[in-house]
Design a protein around this ligand. Structure first.
Ligand code: CA
Length: 745
C-alpha cells in the first residue's frame, strides 16, 4: 500500500513538473522565470519574454555568451513586450543581445533606463541592444535627472532603437568613460531614431553626450553613424562631444534646434552629416572647439540659429584653458561643407576677455555658401589670421568674411527628386565636390515595428464641436473631446463653470461672430492646464464677476505639480475684465517646474486686474532654469492692471538655452504695475531674457520697464515706443538698443 502511494505521488510529481513551462529555453512568463532563465543561460541560449505588459520589473541580464554564440534576451514578438511602471534594464557580461522590448508608461527608479553595467565593477562588453524603443518613459518630476541609455564597458553596439519624448532633465543617451574599463571603447551607435525632444528650459536637455569634461582628454573612439535626429531640441547641444577620437558620420538632423557640439576632446571626425533646418528659428549645425578636428562634406539647409547655434561655428578658446572651459581650435580642417540659405556662420565666436585664444593652423577650404536669406552670413568676432581660406565659393549677393580664398559665384540651387536643395552642378564641379545625397532616411532607422511619424497634436487641429450655453456645459464638452478639438461657443451667451475645467490635452474654446460669448467661473481658476494640456481662448469675454471672494484667483493656472510636457497658451481676440473681486487675481498663475513653449496674447483687451498678467518667475535658484520659451504679446491693451503685464525670469549664467524669447508689438499699457503688492515695481520685467524685441508700444501712467541683462550676449531692442509718466527704462547694464523712444513726464 505504501509503495503504491509513493508511486502515485511520484507520478503526480512527474506530471506536475512536465506541466511547468520550461525555463531553460523558450518563453518566460514572469519575473521569477526570467531571473532563473538568465541565471542558467549558456552561450547560444535564447530567453524569450512573453508578449504583454511586464510591470515594475528591474531586469538584470548578467551572463557570459561567446562571440559566435551570444546569449539573447528577446521579445516573443518584437514590439509586443511592454516594460512599464517602475522598471529598468541592466546588462553585464559579454556577448549578450537584447531585442524587441518597448519601455513605456513609467520611468526608471534608478538613474538609467537601460544601463550597460550592473554596477561599477560589472560592465557590459561586446553586447548589443537592438530593435528596442523607449517612449515617453519619463520621470514626472521635470528636474529629477536620469539617462535613458548609459553606455559603459567596451565594444558595445546600440542600433535600430528609438528614443522618443524624454521630458525630464538629463541626457537622453550618454557614453560614460569614468573608469579605465570604459575608455577606448569602440562603441557603435547606429541606425537609431532619436525622436522629438521638446525644449527643457535648462541645461541637461542634450540628446547624446560622449564623455564628460573630466575625462575629455581621454579617447572614447565611439562611432555615431547613420542615425536620424528628429526635432531633438532639448537645449543648445543636440550632441555634446566631450572626449577624443569620436566619429559622427552620415547622420541626419531634422529640424533640430541646437548643434553638434565638439565641446571637449580632440581628433573628432564629423563627416557627411545633414542638418535640415527648413528655415525654422534656432536650428543649428556644427560647433567647432578644441584640436585636430575634421569637419568635412557636411550639409546644411535653412539653418537659422545664431551665435553658439549657428550653421557653422568656430569658437575662440581660453589660453591654457581649465579642462571644463574652452580649448583653442588648433590644427583643424573644415572642408567640402555645403551650406544653403543658412544665416549665421560664426568665426572666433565667444571672443571675450576670457576666451581670447584665436583659432590656429586651421584650414577652411572648398566650402560652398549659397544664401539669399542673409547677405552677410559670416560674423567675425576676432582675428582670423590663424585660419587659411582657399577655394571656397559664395554667391555674389552675399559677403565673404575676407577677400582671399572665396570666389564669387551665382546663386545656383537645384532640387533633387526627394526635395533636397543642392548647389548647381557647375558649382560642384568647380571645386570637385560630389553631389549631396541624404545618408540615411527615416525608414532605415529605428525598430522595424515602430511608426516614426510622430504626430504632435496641435491646438485647433481637430474637429469643431458646438457647445450649448449653461452651467458646466464646457466641462462636459471638453470631457468628450479629442486632442486638438475646437469647442465652439454661441454668440453672446453665458457659460458658467462651477467646477474645475482641468485640461490635459490641447483644446480651443472659440466664440464666433461679433457678440462674444461670456465665460465666468466660481472656482479659483477658470482653466487648469495639466500635464499634456494646451489651451487656446479665441473671441471670448472672460469675466471675473462670479469668481470667489478670496485672494490668489487666476483665469489660467498650470498644474500645481511639476510638468514634464510643455504647454501652449494662446489668447486671441478676447476681452478679459474685472479680475478684481479680491487682491492678486492673475491672468496666468504657474507653478515651479512647468514650461510653456509659447504664450501668445493677441488683439486682446484686459482691464481691472488686481494681480499680474503673465508671471514666469518661479525658478528663483538661478540655475539657468526658466518657465517659458516664447512670450508674444501683440496688438493688445492692458488697463488698470495692478501687477506686471509680464515678469519673465531666467537666473544664473548658464549658456545652454535659447530663451526666453520675447516679442511685444503694438501694445498699450495704461495704469499698469502700480499696485502696492507688485514687488518688482515694474509694468514689464525681463531678467535674463535672451532675446527681446519691444516695438510700437505705449505706456501711460504706468510703472517702468525693468531690464536685468545677464550673460549669453542677450539681444534686447526697444524701439518706436512712447512712455508717458511711466518711469522709462530701468536697467542694470546699458548693452541694449533703443531707437526712437519718447519719454515724457
Ligand atoms: Ca548642455
Amino acid at each position: 500500500m505504501k509503495k503504491l502511494f509513493t508511486l502515485i505521488i511520484t507520478t503526480i510529481l512527474i506530471v506536475f513538473q512536465a506541466c511547468q513551462p520550461p525555463v531553460e529555453k523558450g518563453v518566460v512568463e514572469n519575473e521569477e522565470q526570467l531571473r532563473k532563465a538568465i541565471e542558467i543561460a549558456t552561450p547560444g541560449d535564447e530567453i524569450v519574454m512573453k508578449n504583454g505588459i511586464w510591470k515594475d520589473i528591474e531586469i538584470l541580464f548578467q551572463a557570459k555568451g561567446e562571440k559566435e554564440n551570444p546569449i539573447k534576451l528577446k521579445a516573443e514578438e518584437a514590439g509586443k513586450v511592454f516594460i512599464e511602471g517602475s522598471s529598468n534594464l541592466r546588462i553585464a557580461g559579454e556577448f549578450l543581445e537584447v531585442s524587441g522590448l518597448v519601455f513605456r508608461n513609467g520611468f526608471t527608479p534608478t538613474s538609467e533606463v537601460i544601463s550597460f553595467k550592473k554596477d561599477k565593477n560589472n560592465l557590459a562588453n561586446h553586447c548589443r541592444v537592438t530593435n528596442c524603443a523607449i517612449q515617453y518613459f519619463t520621470n514626472p518630476e521635470r528636474f529629477e535627472s536620469d539617462y535613458w541609455v548609459g553606455m559603459y564597458g567596451k565594444n558595445n553596439r546600440f542600433d535600430h532603437n528609438a528614443l522618443i519624448g524624454k521630458g525630464n532633465q538629463g541626457v537622453t543617451m550618454a557614453v560614460r568613460l569614468n573608469t579605465e574599463e570604459s575608455r577606448e571603447n569602440n562603441h557603435r551607435i547606429d541606425h537609431n531614431y532619436f525622436g522629438p525632444r521638446a525644449s527643457l528650459g535648462s541645461n541637461g536637455g542634450e540628446t547624446l553626450r560622449i564623455g564628460t569634461s573630466h575625462y575629455s582628454l581621454t579617447f572614447s573612439n565611439t562611432v555615431v553613424e547613420n542615425n536620424y535626429f528628429d526635432r531633438c531640441s532639448g537645449e543648445l547641444e543636440i550632441i555634446s562631444n566631450k572626449s577624443c577620437g569620436n566619429t559622427f558620420k552620415g547622420n541626419v538632423f531634422y529640424e533640430c534646434k541646437g548643434t553638434l557640439t565638439m565641446r571637449h576632446g580632440n581628433e573628432t571626425l564629423v563627416e557627411n552629416n545633414y542638418f535640415l533646418g527648413n528655415n525654422i528659428a534656432n536650428t543649428g549645425g556644427i560647433r567647432v572647439i578644441n584640436e585636430s578636428q575634421t569637419v568635412i562634406n557636411n550639409y546644411g539647409y535653412g539653418l537659422k540659429g545664431y551665435r553658439f547655434r549657428g550653421a557653422l561655428v568656430v569658437m575662440n578658446g581660453v589660453p591654457n584653458s581649465p579642462i571644463n572651459r574652452y580649448n583653442q581650435v588648433i590644427d583643424s580642417k573644415i572642408e567640402g561643407n555645403i551650406l544653403i540659405d543658412c544665416d549665421h556662420i560664426q568665426l572666433c565666436a565667444g571672443s571675450d576677455e576670457e576666451r581670447s585664444a584665436i583659432p590656429q593652423n586651421t584650414t577652411f577650404n572648398k566650402n560652398i555658401f549659397l544664401t539669399t536669406t542673409n547677405p552677410k552670413p559670416f560674423t567675425v568676432y576676432d582675428d582670423i589670421s590663424g585660419i587659411s581660406f582657399n577655394n571656397n565659393l559664395i554667391n555674389a549677393e552675399a559677403e565673404a568674411p575676407i577677400k582671399i580664398g572665396f570666389s564669387s559665384v551665382p546663386y545656383e540651387v537645384a532640387e533633387t527628386s526627394n526635395g533636397l536643395k543642392i548647389p548647381g552642378q557647375s558649382l560642384l564641379e568647380k571645386i570637385a565636390i560630389k553631389e549631396p545625397q541624404l545618408p540615411v532616411s527615416k525608414d532605415e532607422v529605428g525598430p522595424d515595428y515602430l511608426n516614426k511619424d510622430i504626430d504632435v497634436k496641435r491646438l485647433s487641429s481637430g474637429k469643431e464641436v458646438k457647445v450649448l450655453p449653461g452651467e458646466n456645459t464646457l466641462i462636459d464638452a471638453y470631457l468628450k473631446s479629442s486632442p486638438g478639438d475646437v469647442l465652439v461657443l454661441s454668440d453672446g451667451e453665458e457659460y458658467l463653470l462651477t467646477k474645475d475645467l482641468k485640461i490635459s490635452q490641447p483644446v480651443t474654446l472659440r466664440g464666433t461672430g461679433a457678440g462674444k460669448p461670456v465665460v465666468k467661473s466660481q472656482k479659483s481658476a477658470f482653466f487648469k492646464i495639466e500635464n499634456g494640456g494646451s489651451l487656446a481662448l479665441e473671441n471670448l469675454i472672460i469675466d471675473g464677476a462670479e469668481s470667489p471672494d478670496q485672494p490668489g484667483n487666476s483665469v489660467v493656472s498650470t498644474s500645481k505639480y511639476s510638468m514634464n510636457k510643455n504647454y501652449n497658451l494662446f489668447v486671441k481676440n478676447c476681452v478679459v475684465k474685472d479680475l478684481d473681486v479680491n487682491h492678486t487675481f492673475d491672468f496666468l498663475k504657474i507653478a515651479k517646474h512647468t514650461f510653456a513653449d509659447t504664450i501668445l496674447i493677441e488683439n486682446t483687451q484686459m482691464t481691472n486686474v488686481t494681480g499680474s498678467v503673465i508671471s514666469l518667475d518661479k525658478e528663483v535658484e538661478d540655475l539657468g532654469i526658466y518657465n517659458g520659451e516664447y512670450i508674444l504679446i501683440h496688438q493688445s491693451t492692458f488697463r488698470d492692471v495692478q501687477g506686471a503685464v509680464a515678469n519673465i525670469y531666467r537666473g544664473g549664467t548658464d549658456e545652454s538655452t535659447f530663451g526666453p524669447i520675447v516679442r511685444f508689438l503694438e501694445n498699450e499699457f495704461s495704469n499698469v504695475g502700480k499696485g502696492k503688492r507688485n514687488k518688482i515695481q515694474a509694468s514689464v520685467s525681463f531678467h535674463g531674457v535672451q532675446n527681446a524685441l519691444v516695438e510700437n508700444c505705449k505706456w501711460t501712467n504706468s510703472a517702468p520697464i525693468n531690464l536685468h541683462l545677464t550673460n549669453g550676449e542677450p539681444i534686447t531692442i526697444i524701439k518706436d515706443c512712447e512712455m508717458d509718466n511711466s518711469g522709462g527704462i530701468v536697467a542694470n547694464r546699458n548693452e541694449f538698443k533703443t531707437e526712437n523712444i519718447k519719454i515724457s513726464q
